[in-house]
Design a protein around this ligand. Structure first.
Ligand SMILES: Cc1cc2nc3c(=O)[nH]c(=O)nc-3n(C[C@H](O)[C@H](O)[C@H](O)COP(=O)(O)O)c2cc1C
Length: 338
């Protein structure tokens, strides 16, 4: 397992330990997002000085992992990959396949990391875990996890719906000296400044990057994120039930509200019965995903959709977010009066 450096040069000492190991100059990770964060997004984020993450979904094939990991590595800078613990509990192959491409960071979330964490460590990668409540935070403080990612329930995509980002971040910073990354609801330089000012080592940003030009999301999904307001999301398991995806029940997903969620989010029992009765709902939602019909397909996005725009490249997003430095300087000079 890599060790956090203690005898660093003066320049290195001005960096935080996670930066020294992973080599990012902008403390911004694109979230590992299945369906959005392929190799092109990861490479663009790393090339712009951030830390690019590949999102490996439950159905990723070996061919997809090989192609996208090679693309992620093509920036020549550090990159990482995020996988689901509950998928790896059944089959470690997707992790083995991505490790062959040499990521320096692996994030294993949504379930017990188990042997996946040791496997990643054996290959020399740092291991992170997204946590969504106090119990998961306690689990991440055990020795096999190097980096804690506090993911609040305002975040997009799957996760718990129990605690929001700032309370979780504050608890983690009180409880551990490990690097802590903040996730959920962050989309602007002000948000990044807030969590870095509190002591986070970096911001982990999903929704805004899902709308980036390099994201593999369907054009209509990006446009829907760009058009959404802060309060246009819903947290639900309805999309997973309809698609017959076996997400553990404690991990629903935050998505933009649409006709499908308006009909089913409050009627999960009836939805389960309808899906059991025949294939029509599953077929129509899978078709909607393929066609980019956002009235039916899930558009996974967090509350920060209301702060996100489409049509920006990852480099433009990172340049915008990097204004966190002047915000922190202004805040320091405003309050440093004693
Ligand atoms: C479209 C989308 C797909 C996601 N897929 C994954 C995933 O495959 N693995 C994962 O660990 N997290 C996934 N997430 C959750 C993100 O890692 C992260 O927790 C979340 O995006 C942070 O909140 P934000 O969207 O407000 O930035 C996804 C999020 C989105 C928006």
């Amino acid at each position: 397992m890599p060790e956090f450096p203690v005898n660093a040069s003066p320049i290195q000492q001005s960096l935080n330990p996670l930066q020294q190991i992973l080599g990012y100059t902008e403390p911004i990770f694109n979230a590992s997002m299945a369906g959005a964060a392929g190799g092109a997004l990861a490479a663009a984020v790393s090339a712009a000085g951030g830390f690019g993450m590949l999102g490996i979904g439950g159905n990723a094939t070996k061919e997809w992992i090989d192609n996208e990991a090679a693309l992620a590595a093509s920036s020549g800078r550090g990159w990482g990959a995020g996988l689901m613990a509950w998928v790896l509990a059944k089959n470690l192959e997707p992790l083995e396949q991505v490790l062959d491409h040499g990521p320096s960071f692996v994030c294993i979330s949504f379930g017990e990391p188990g042997p996946a964490a040791s496997l990643a460590h054996e290959s020399g990668a740092l291991v992170g875990m997204q946590v969504g409540n106090a119990a998961e935070l306690s689990r991440a403080l055990e020795d096999d996890i190097d980096v804690v990612i506090c993911r609040g329930n305002e975040g997009g995509g799957h996760g718990r719906n129990e605690v929001s980002t700032l309370p979780l971040l504050q608890l983690a910073l009180e409880r551990t000296g490990k690097p802590v990354i903040a996730a959920g609801g962050l989309a602007t330089a002000a948000g990044v400044a807030a969590v870095l000012g509190a002591g986070a080592s970096a911001a982990w940003i999903g929704t805004r990057f899902a709308a980036a030009t390099e994201s593999t999301s369907h054009r209509n999904i990006k446009d829907s994120i760009g058009a959404a307001g802060l309060d246009d999301t819903v947290y639900t398991r309805a999309f997973d039930i309809a698609q017959r995806i076996d997400w553990p029940v404690q991990y629903g997903g935050r998505a933009l509200r649409n006709d499908f969620s308006d009909t089913w989010a409050e009627n999960l029992e009836a939805l389960g019965a309808a899906v059991k009765a025949d294939d029509s709902l599953t077929t129509s939602i899978n078709g909607a995903r393929a066609e980019g019909d956002t009235s039916l397909a899930p558009v996974y996005a967090g509350q920060s959709a209301g702060l996100s725009t489409t049509g920006q490249s990852a480099a433009e997003i990172i340049a915008d977010l990097s204004r966190f430095r002047s915000l922190l300087r202004q805040a320091a000079s405003r309050w440093d009066t004693k």
